[in-house]
Ligand binder design. Structure first.
Ligand code: NAP
Length: 341
């Protein structure tokens, strides 16, 4: 490793009150870090981008600690252990964990560090960022614990062809529900119906969401899997059934706003005895093994597929992140950094 470099993307400027842009990041080259006792070195193969990353860049915007200017951008990745001083984490092990936007990361694998060996053998390792990583675990754990789907119920998923959304759609279908996907283009809606098994879809950019919901969900909504928040959440509230469950997974439509969206239809929650619950995937660590095993079995059986949107090269990380806010990604947005699988 002595001649190798560690290329890194660091935070250069905070995107306050505006979308993320490339100049918010600086591209640096550092030496490959040395490992100490109990540590191991991971060579990054793939990196994930997620809407929450803009929150990391802004003080006080998210659940996790904000980054300082100059810090390596935080994010999950999949990689291979290439050096190790830890017998539990031998060289050659593939892992998924908080690698950051860089070629090499040092880790300890201690409990709570959210570093996991990739156990499944049925799908490419890149799925450790999508369906068989935090993205898929988010869909699985929240749907099971908060959604509690029952056969024949109607489930609406917003951001339906995003990373989390495309898995939530399929899981709800596999759990016996009628699934309605909301997405931002006709192409995404076609894909959701033709490939992912949505019973109906709505292109929210047509501006007729409330009427469309009435048409495709005439019997109301039992579960709303919300990745988007804002006016889409407000519209779905008008269609809740009694005892409906709302999974507050994400609010990407509000992440760029200075002021939070003010819900007009909040009263429908009380009126319908509905449950609206926040969700944070890292609270569900005890369920991850089950989520990986169950979804890997469904993939092996050909019942669950996954949508990935892949860019090539570490230099593409800022572009990859910006694509999320522009609605350009179709499925889980990942970046291939090294290796040929
Ligand atoms: N709670 C947790 O633990 C947890 C874990 C993971 C993710 N999340 C959240 O879950 C959501 C989905 O995450 P993801 O990683 O799968 O991202 P993603 O859905 O792939 O995010 C990008 C998509 O969001 C949609 N979008 C962007 N701006 C929008 C807007 N103003 N209004 C409506 N839709 C918009 C776009 O699709 P369209 O073309 O359809 O507009 C875009 O393709 C995010 O809000 C994320 O923060 C939460």
């Amino acid at each position: 490793m002595s001649n190798a470099e560690n290329r890194q993307w660091c935070l250069a400027e905070r995107p306050i009150g505006r979308p993320v842009k490339e100049s918010d990041f600086s591209f640096e080259v550092a030496p490959v870090p040395k490992i100490g006792d109990g540590e191991f070195l991971v060579r990054t193969r793939y990196l994930s981008v997620a809407p929450v990353m803009r929150n990391y860049m802004i003080d006080g915007a998210g659940i996790e600690e904000p980054l300082a200017i100059g810090d390596v951008m935080r994010g999950r990745g999949v990689g291979e252990i290439v050096e190790s001083n830890n017998a539990d984490w031998p060289v050659g092990t593939f892992v998924q964990g908080k690698l950051g936007w860089q070629d090499y990361a040092v880790a300890t694998g201690k409990p709570g560090s959210l570093m996991f060996p990739i156990r499944q053998k049925v799908a490419p390792i890149a799925t450790g960022l999508g369906v068989l990583g935090m993205t898929g675990f988010t869909a699985y754990c929240s749907l099971k614990d908060i959604g509690q789907p029952k056969d024949g119920e109607t489930v609406v998923v917003s951001g339906a062809l995003g990373g989390v959304g495309n898995i939530a759609v399929q899981l709800a279908r596999l759990m016996g529900c009628k699934v309605i996907g909301i997405a931002g283009s006709e192409e995404k809606c076609r894909l959701l119906e033709d490939k992912l098994g949505c019973h109906a879809t709505i292109n929210y950019k047509n501006g007729t969401l409330e009427e469309d919901l009435k048409r495709v969900a005439p019997n109301g909504v039992d579960i709303f899997f919300d990745n988007v928040g804002g006016s889409i959440l407000d519209a779905v509230l008008l269609h809740l059934n009694r005892y409906a469950r709302i999974i507050c997974c994400g609010r990407i439509s509000e992440y760029l706003n200075d002021e939070p969206y003010r819900l007009r239809n909040w009263g429908q929650v009380g009126h319908n005895r509905a449950t609206m619950r926040g969700f944070f995937v890292y609270d569900y660590e005890p369920m991850f093994e089950e989520a990986e095993r169950v979804m890997a079995d469904w993939i092996a059986a050909g019942e669950l597929t996954y949508q990935e949107d892949r860019l090539d090269g570490l230099e593409m990380m800022p572009t990859a992140l910006m694509r999320l806010y522009e609605g350009k990604n179709v499925g889980k947005q990942i970046v291939h950094v090294s290796g040929d699988d």
